[in-house]
Write a protein that binds this ligand. Structure first.
Ligand code: G6Q
Length: 532
């Protein structure tokens, strides 16, 4: 696969020229009913409304040219087929395939990457058997009672996606089942999560691809100590998800072990065993398959070359238009769904760890902007917090709204003529219009400039299948952008330096540094912070 510099594409020049006079949503006729119905893309249970972006048909044509010139669909197809895309040419790098899509390519015959999908099927079968044994009573605690809680111990990609999906879907939990999560090495995290838990009815799911992450190993030890102190056998209360052959791959220490492959990046691993063991425990195996089905449908639909008919590709290109051409530094993802309250946190990692890069796939410094700052919180809560800046601040923040026509629990009440779900959705649509149209007023404090780009992604209800689809839409929007910017979205060298320095400081604290020699700077930091 040949990747070219972003700046080398002819469409980039065209888009830069078009960006000198972007579409004015506030002008007479700038946002019409016809525009709203024309600028809509549907697929896999989702509708994307993008009339409130500052685009014209000419901009969309140029974005299509960019997608074609950059070979975005070819790159995505190569990724699904197992091309070694996690690499930097001519330099030491992870040098791996990128095959999270194979985890859900378990419905088609043949799948795009047969070997990887066969491994995914094998792990799914292990999971099915494990869940059946829990349900039938073949796996119970020492007193013969069923397990009710699973605590996932993991951090980063081994926490954020699984936690976001659990919170999104816990409305569908099996009777009496729930999950909790421990990520931070902050001992208060463990203390708080374990407080009030009946350890005898709890399974701990230790998740670490490398099997060597400081935080996770430390928290596993804390958890083991608590289990032993409660008079219980850790080998009956701990399961593991890790890479085959990792330091955690030890059948004697765990009730059951599941594997993930090195070609599944941590932040893309929610649909591997990293996410599915805990989700399966809480939701059951059928729901797991629904999540995978939703993701797989989007994986297939994302092969469509027409940007106007491909939701993740269009979202990627609208993001590039806003970031590289209109110059907006951040993007807010604002779900009008309390269940998605941790989804922006997952996207922060998935997007910023993937596309927060400054060198090209050929190891050269980039000469264009790569990933934006991604942030967000659920609406309507955010409206009572940071929306002031979004409407009237000097920083223009493109917004991606996410909403659902129906609630998960279906518990609603009409108050003042409307239900709560209707109030939620009316607010989302109102925000979209207000940001786009703005408002003139004689009082400058009450003026809204408008022309604040946004889009709405809406589906009927947040089900396991729709959640799988939503996850995949964002995974691919991120990957398409990375391909377009000619960066490697699948490594994370930027997190290494801090880890190395933290290890040195810990050596110093533990008194091990003398032999290796410590710097005055490190000593001083510890002393001035009052840590030593
Ligand atoms: C994600 C990153 C990172 C990783 C964590 C946990 O893409 O690689 O967030 O997931 O550092 O790593 P382990 O699963 O190896 O413990």
């Amino acid at each position: 696969m040949e990747f070219q510099d972003f700046s080398a594409h002819a469409a980039v020049g065209k888009l830069a020229a078009l960006a000198r006079a972007p579409h004015d949503l506030t002008a007479a006729g700038g946002l019409t009913a016809e525009r709203i119905s024309a600028m809509k893309t549907s697929g896999c249970g989702f509708d994307l409304l993008y009339a409130t972006q500052r685009v014209t048909p000419a901009v969309l044509d140029a974005l299509q040219e960019l997608a074609d010139e950059a070979g975005l669909i070819a790159a995505y197809a190569a990724m699904r087929q197992g091309a070694v895309l996690n690499r930097i040419q001519g330099y030491a790098s992870e040098n791996r395939q990128v095959l999270h899509t194979a985890c859900r390519d378990v419905f088609d015959d043949p799948p795009m990457a047969p070997e990887a999908s066969a491994k995914a099927r094998r792990e799914l079968e292990k999971l099915r058997i494990f869940l059946d044994e829990l349900a039938s009573g073949a796996i119970v605690n020492a007193e013969g009672k069923p397990f009710t809680t699973m605590v996932q111990v993991g951090i980063g990609g081994s926490d954020l996606g699984p936690r976001a999906l659990y919170m999104a879907l816990k409305a569908y939990a099996l009777c009496g089942r729930s999950a909790r999560f421990i990520a931070n090495v902050d001992p208060d995290d463990v203390a708080e999560v374990l407080s009030g838990l009946d350890l005898s009815r709890t399974l701990f799911n230790v998740v670490s691809k490398s099997g060597s992450t400081l935080e996770t190993l430390t928290n596993e030890e804390l958890v083991r100590a608590r289990i032993v102190a409660a008079g219980l056998d850790p080998a009956l209360h701990l399961v593991a998800v890790t890479g085959e052959g990792s330091p955690m791959d030890d059948a004697n220490k765990y009730l059951r072990s599941f594997y993930m492959e090195d070609y599944i990046g941590g932040r893309y691993s929610a649909t591997s065993m990293v996410g599915l063991v805990t989700l399966g425990f809480v939701l059951g195996f059928e729901a797991v398959m629904e999540i995978l089905r939703g993701a797989h449908e989007v994986d297939r639909a994302a092969m469509e070359p027409d940007i106007r008919a491909n939701i993740p590709l269009l979202l990627a290109l609208l993001g590039i238009w806003n970031h590289n051409f209109l110059g907006h530094a951040t993007v807010a993802v604002l779900p009008y769904s309390q269940a998605l309250s941790r989804f922006p946190a997952h996207l922060q990692q998935c997007d910023m760890e993937s596309n927060g890069k400054s060198v090209t796939r050929q190891g050269k410094t980039v000469g264009w902007k790569t990933g934006p700052v991604v942030w967000g919180e659920p609406g309507t809560n955010g409206q009572h917090a940071f929306y002031q800046l979004i409407h009237q601040g000097t920083e223009v923040v493109p917004v991606e709204f996410i909403g659902f026509r129906h609630s998960q629990y279906g518990l609603d009440l009409r108050v003042a003529g409307t239900g709560s779900q209707q109030k939620l959705l009316a607010n989302m649509l109102a925000q979209s219009l207000a940001l786009a149209l703005g408002k003139q007023d004689d009082n400058p404090v009450r003026c809204f400039p408008g022309n604040r780009p946004n889009s709405i992604l809406i589906a009927d209800r947040l089900t396991p299948q729709i959640m799988g689809g939503l996850l995949a839409i964002y995974e691919h929007r991120i990957a398409f952008q990375g391909f377009c910017w000619n960066i490697n979205s699948f490594d994370q060298e930027g997190v290494q330096l801090g880890k190395i320095l933290a290890t040195r400081l810990l050596d110093l604290i533990a008194g091990r540094m003398a032999a290796k020699g410590s710097s005055a700077l490190e000593e001083s930091m510890l002393q001035q912070a009052g840590i030593r």
